[in-house]
Design a protein around this ligand. Sequence first.
Ligand code: URA
Length: 240
Amino acid sequence: MAVKESIRLQKYLAQCGIASRRKAEEYISAGRVKVNGTVVRLAGTTVVEGVDRVQFDNKTVTPETTLFYYLLNKPKGYVTTVSDPQGRPVVTDLIKDCDARLFPVGRLDFDTEGALILTNDGELAQKIQHPSHEVNKTYEAVVYGHPGKARLQQLETGIILDGAKTAPAKVALIKKMSSTSLCRITIHEGKKHQVKNMFKAIGHPVTSLKRTAYGKLSLNKLPLGNARKLSPSDIKKIFL
Ligand code: URA
């Protein structure tokens, strides 16, 4: 019989479909994970599948055998978590035909709509979110006023947000309306409220925001509130 190797707790939790490795580390330090009945707060702890009993929120978890991948067109008014202490609607409510425990990859604000990947594959989630993969995310933002070329250029080269320079972005002005403009922006970073903060920093706050694509995987005609299963070739497009 093959001997299972020991793996880090956060990687094990990712394989169990709990979350990406990074998010699993947060759960570990929050005291939500037990190994053999004892709360473990050290992410470096190692476990062996089939030998150690791992619990998340007091439920025993085991590695997922079937992996699922969905692209959701998230409407406004949903939280990108699997449960919400305030009782607001959560994005997983919108996936009707899957019994697996799915979680969202990254986040979209409550009032942001658009492309959101949900999966039970913690390793893929980790890959999409890890800065080294520089996965592009494209957004359409309606902003106040009519930003001029120089302002948009500032976003393209990088601006200082919270003391750090943002990575170069691709930005285009698509359409001018009477008091607002529609802009498209592609970034590979994913700091909290990043797009809103970037436009605010150049004096053109966002009035509504939609993510239209991860890499070359776009929403196309997926209706708002609907989800579709992703094929292996769709998944490849995320990294293009
Ligand atoms: N940037 C934001 O400001 N909000 C989002 O929801 C996503 C990116």
